[in-house]
Design a protein around this ligand. Structure first.
Ligand code: NAD
Length: 436
């Protein structure tokens, strides 16, 4: 059945009041942030939500009630309850904020059920097969798949994109990025609190709470860059990946795995049951990517060691560069003094992206630095005006593929692996479109 036939078979979602109808699958803390922004923007309503655990459902219902809007229908009871929700209800958009292993099955089911816009949290996919599933199903159904990569909307990142597009850095030659975030106290907790409280019980898996239930397990079974898109998305936008340029090949290496075991022993003692676990994922995984237009990109994954947070951006061209760590910008001939850094703030104020200068007040109200609001605003603008998703299935696939490819390369000692061309040659003709 084609898209309109599938939609026509469905029960209508109540009186048509002109509001966009949203559904949510996975109702943890990330979902609640999305709900804040969906309801902060006029003209939206939440039709249904789905989760397998009563705790997150109750807390999300309570959260929605604070906005004085009708309570959504709740789907629960099995791991596949989302299929019932997708078959019974009519949506303009479904947002998926579930554990990584569920992103693709849920996105595929939503697209096949005829949902015209599907937003999926990051990383969108774990394996190359899953990346292809997103592309193939989006192409076959005509549903727009939007990867919800909020860092693409960070204010400094958007200013740097603006500077790139205006040619301040010259021709880009190199970029760096990553996810350098000490997550040890998120990967373990006491089953009640989101973060580990020193001296408290140390749990992971079913007995733990929120991300510790599922995220930690990926570090046991896999060895690669588990979470590449916060870095790769913004860099890909600067490099016009899938739109005149593409990722060609990748080589990755991983360090030994120490941080998670040490955290268990430091907090639970050598005899703690979790101290017997063997973690497979290297503490620091470094991938180098070669682009069709010549550039190299270094992507770092570093989440098991003590360190302050950074996404480590560096966007470098023939005329200058932005370096996120230290908040540095240097542009030859334009910076205050040759060979000395300028403060990036001075440049970013001048090259502030128009989405930020026009939405600043509303974004600030919404909290979380505002980038989540700007992302939702841009996505909803696309849905309302029936435009392509701001970050589409090809973006989702190319950015997320770093996970699967880095695993393959690490397993082969850094061997170079080919990057699939998820656009099947269309990258040559496709034009940049993100946040123009
Ligand atoms: N972009 C960002 O800045 C950002 C920040 C946090 C989390 N995330 C991403 O968002 C996603 C969710 O993260 P979170 O922190 O909310 O995690 P969480 O563990 O708090 O929430 C996930 C929810 O999904 C539910 N779930 C699991 N299996 C399900 C199934 N089969 N059907 C329905 N529901 C199911 C769980 O019960 C849980 O309530 C992850 O992919 C994470 O990486 C992104």
């Amino acid at each position: 059945a084609n898209l309109s036939e599938t939609q026509a078979k469905k029960k209508p979602a109540g009186k048509d009041d002109g509001k966009l109808r949203f559904g949510f699958i996975g109702t943890g803390s990330r979902c609640q942030e999305h709900i804040n922004n969906v309801l902060a923007i006029e003209g939206n309503k939440i039709v249904a939500i789905c989760d397998i655990q009563q705790g997150p459902l109750d807390s999300t219902l309570k959260h929605i009630a604070k906005f004085n809007v009708a309570a959504p229908k709740v789907y629960t009871g099995s791991e596949r309850a989302f299929e019932q929700m997708l078959n019974n209800e009519e949506f303009d958009c479904v947002i998926i904020a579930s554990p990584w292993e569920w992103h693709v099955p849920m996105s595929v089911a939503a697209m096949k059920a005829g949902v015209p816009y599907v937003g999926v949290e990051v990383s969108a996919a774990n394996t190359l097969e899953e990346c292809w599933d997103l592309v193939n199903v989006s192409e076959a159904t005509g549903s727009h798949l939007n990867i919800m990569e909020n860092v693409c909307y960070r204010r400094d990142v958007m200013a740097a994109l603006n500077m790139t597009r205006q040619g301040l850095f010259g021709e880009l030659i190199h970029a760096r990025c990553g996810y350098e975030h000490d997550l040890r106290n998120i990967k373990f907790n006491d089953g009640k609190n989101y973060s580990y409280i020193p001296g408290g019980e140390l749990k992971m898996g079913k007995e733990a709470f929120a991300e510790a239930q599922w995220r930690t397990n990926h570090s046991i079974t896999r060895n690669g860059d588990l979470y590449p898109t916060h870095g790769a998305g913004p860099v890909a936008n600067c490099l016009d990946i899938n739109r005149g340029n593409r990722f060609l090949s990748l080589s990755a290496m991983a360090t030994q795995s120490r941080g998670l075991h040490k955290f268990v022993v430091d907090n639970g003692g050598e005899n703690h049951p979790l101290a017997k676990l063997r973690f497979n994922c290297g503490d620091i995984v470094t991938s180098m990517i070669k682009c069709a237009n010549g550039q190299t990109v270094i992507v770092t994954h570093d989440t098991n060691s003590p360190r302050p947070y950074s996404l480590g951006f560096r966007i470098q061209g023939t005329d200058g560069l932005w370096m996120n760590d230290g908040d540095h910008v240097y542009i030859e001939g334009k910076s205050a003094k040759p060979h000395y850094w300028d403060d990036s703030d001075e440049w970013f104020k001048k090259y502030d992206h128009k989405l930020w200068s026009s939405l600043e007040a509303k974004a600030k109200e919404a909290g979380h630095g505002g980038m989540d609001f700007i992302m939702m605003y841009d996505f909803i603008d696309a849905i309302r005006n029936k435009k392509p998703a701001p970050m589409d299935c090809y973006d989702a696939a190319a950015w997320s593929a770093i996970s699967g490819l880095s695993e393959m390369s690490v397993a082969r000692g850094g061997a170079v692996v080919d990057f699939p061309d998820f656009t099947r040659g269309q990258w040559i003709h496709r034009k940049p479109a993100f946040a123009l």
